[in-house]
Design a protein around this ligand. Structure first.
Ligand code: PLP
Length: 371
């Protein structure tokens, strides 16, 4: 042995070594309501057609990196307006990384400062992780708790844009982990302040299938806007496909950072095929929206819980004794996400994914025995 394992690891970035890995808890044997997955599978007949379709895919060939078939399918499915371009990611997680990478100028080319990404807090954890991994400064502006759930503090956001001059602002709509859509007027105030300072705004519409509004048709109005989507929450979390729409000059530059074959041929074929039958997924999303309402009504009838508004496929709920509720649910076979130590504003909160009718009933029955 010529080198010690320690000196090998010393080659790695110290901030990487100080990080903790993204933890995915073991859900075996449990009702899995911790990750915003669609509980429904594709109908058996469609699965068979899909299998036959995938059997024809040439696995010995690299993908064709323009992905034009998939691009066209997405354009039709998502009503992407003419004149705008789309970049594909291996999940929107990859697009978030590509954005950080593309704007991680050295201090020398950025007025001797680190570039800045700004986002509300609490929000999606990947914004911060990808910024820090790319040496981009990450600035958070706290949300405010209102009668309509957690909302933007538009004044604080605008002031932070003035102070920190971010290159990019994330606006998750609806927000994860809080669930509600932000008020449109507040969003516009932030988009306009960012526009004045030549900053991009990425509206992350991961939960669009369950929301009541999309910003896709606002792209023409705000030239600094990018709209990011994913098929994950729609019901295809396993295939890993995200996409982002914006001005073609901007997308053209970002596309240079994308690994050319990032979407594998099976993902490409599967999503292109399934989007020809998108009414199946849309029907499932409708079902999830209506059971979300039923779940929220049942929880709001229980004493001592605070149920936040949701436009997504999960509900944030504040419990009197959150750790006991989390462990009690697990003991009753239901895995949810404990948010209490994630952010001070999420103290006492669990995030509950809306499951199937039966899973929701199990969840409700379990909570009833606990409160
Ligand atoms: C789940 C989620 C994503 C990431 O989804 P992918 O599976 O990587 O496409 C992006 N943004 C938000 C807010 C999410 O909750």
């Amino acid at each position: 042995m010529l080198i010690s394992p320690q000196s090998l690891l010393d080659n790695l970035r110290s901030d990487v070594r100080a990080m903790s890995a993204y933890h995915v808890p073991d859900a075996s044997g449990l009702i899995k309501l911790d990750a915003m997955e669609n509980p429904y599978e594709l109908p058996a007949e469609l699965k068979q057609q899909l299998a036959a379709h995938l059997a024809e895919v040439a696995l010995n060939r690299y993908p064709v990196p323009t992905y034009s078939g998939l691009q066209n399918a997405l354009k039709t499915y998502a009503n992407i307006p003419d004149g705008f371009a789309t970049i594909l990611g291996n999940g929107s997680d990859e697009l978030i990384h590509l954005l950080s990478m593309a704007l991680s100028k050295t201090p020398a080319e950025n007025h001797h400062e680190r570039p800045v990404i700004l986002a509300p807090a609490p929000s999606f954890v990947m914004y911060r992780a990808s910024a820090l991994l790319n040496h981009v400064q990450y600035v958070e502006v706290d949300l405010v708790e209102t009668d309509n759930g957690f909302q933007l503090d538009p004044m604080a956001m605008v002031m932070a844009i003035e102070e920190h001059r971010p290159a990019l602002v994330y606006l998750p709509f609806p927000n994860n982990p809080t669930g509600a859509q932000f008020d449109r007027a507040d969003m516009v105030a932030v988009i306009e302040a960012a526009h004045q300072r030549q900053a991009f705004v990425v509206i992350d519409e991961a939960y669009q299938p369950f929301a009541s509004y999309t910003w896709m048709n606002d792209l023409a109005q705000f030239e600094n806007l990018l709209v990011m989507r994913t098929v994950s929450k729609l019901g295809l979390a396993g295939v890993r496909l995200g996409y982002m729409v914006g001005r073609s000059d901007v997308i053209g530059e970002l596309d240079k950072v994308r690994p050319p074959y990032n979407i594998n041929v099976l993902t490409e074929a599967a999503v292109t095929f399934i989007l020809q039958h998108s009414e199946v997924l849309e029907q499932q999303a409708r079902q999830i929206r209506s059971t979300r309402t039923e779940l929220m009504t049942a929880l709001r009838a229980m004493h001592g819980l605070h149920v936040f508004d949701s436009d997504a496929n999960f509900v944030l709920v504040r419990f009197p004794d959150v750790d006991a509720a989390f462990e009690g649910l697990k003991a009753r076979g239901v895995l949810v996400k404990n948010m209490t130590r994630v952010h001070p504003m999420l103290r006492y909160c669990l995030r509950l994914t809306v499951g199937s009718v039966e899973e929701n009933q199990n969840l409700i029955d379990a909570i009833r025995t606990l409160v």
